[in-house]
Design a protein around this ligand. Sequence first.
Ligand code: AQP
Length: 326
Amino acid sequence: MRIFSGIQPTGDKHLGNLIGGFRQYAATQEQGEGFFCIVDLHSITVDYDPEDLRRRTLDLAAMLFATGLDPDRSTVFCQSHVTAHAQASWLLSGVASYGQLGRMTQFKDKSSEREFVSAGLFTYPVLMAGDILLYQTDIVPIGDDQRQHLELARDIAERFNARFEETLVVPRGVFPEVGARIMDLQEPERKMSTTLGTPQGTVLILDPPDVVRRKFKTAVTDSGRDVVRTPDKPGVTNLVEIMAVATGEAPEAIESRYGSDGYAKFKEDVGEAVVSLFTPVQERYRELRADEGELRRLLALGAEKARAISAPTLASMYERMGFVRL
Ligand code: AQP
């Protein structure tokens, strides 16, 4: 089975990324042949600093290995090192629908209240579709926020296959059973995000333990004293899910343990559980990040493998779309 997922290097990585991204990558790599891509081409679609992109690309490589990806087993690489991604994106833009791209909620969210909106921000889901389809991917481990983009990738694959010839595998999304959409701790109606969330409500994987504890202590809860997941308690629901992921307990067990004891102790315990989840990751991250030469070596190996695996699909796409091949 082929597994593919991408993660962008810019922006601090947070608890939502750990649950919807990193942890799922490490778990799914056990099921087949995994390709995990640092989507650096995606990062240029919003305002960014070139030096920051370079540094954060290596930071993210270290984080991918620190959270459990095994370079002997999985292929970890940068999108810009495999030119097939940019090429596939252009080819697929011929079968992607302009109307469907305009309905992407992430585009609407990220383009609103911005003075400059890049064309890339609009077309980036086509790049993402190419990322996935180039590897004849069966499953894509992602968070709930990427559901709409994955649907678009599936539609593009189906349209390509119907318009030309059966060429591309139509992939399936895999979402965490609990915590598929981690919400901002201060504004639990919106997802935890470095660009769209609040700084105090976004728990960063590299936050020092005391900062993590403080963010949970000040998390917004709801009226009442019951630790229970209900639609009118988005703050408490989010915290129960976070604790369930951090401790491996069932959410129901957490609810019955805290009952109607109120939120102060509960919030403190969730913070402590997240500190325990982050501590070993932070330690491994620091060790790995210190050896930049090794990170570059692993990325070069990953790129080589990704080029070899994606090349035949790209060649078939050109061929079936009617390009003269020499
Ligand atoms: N809040 C979240 N809950 C669960 N999963 C999440 N993911 C992101 N936010 C949450 C998942 O993390 C993976 C990598 O995402 P990304 O960093 O490449 O981009 P993103 O989804 O756009 O994350 P952000 O933080 O929301 O980025 P910005 O700040 O640019 O808006 C994906 O699998 C995603 O589903």
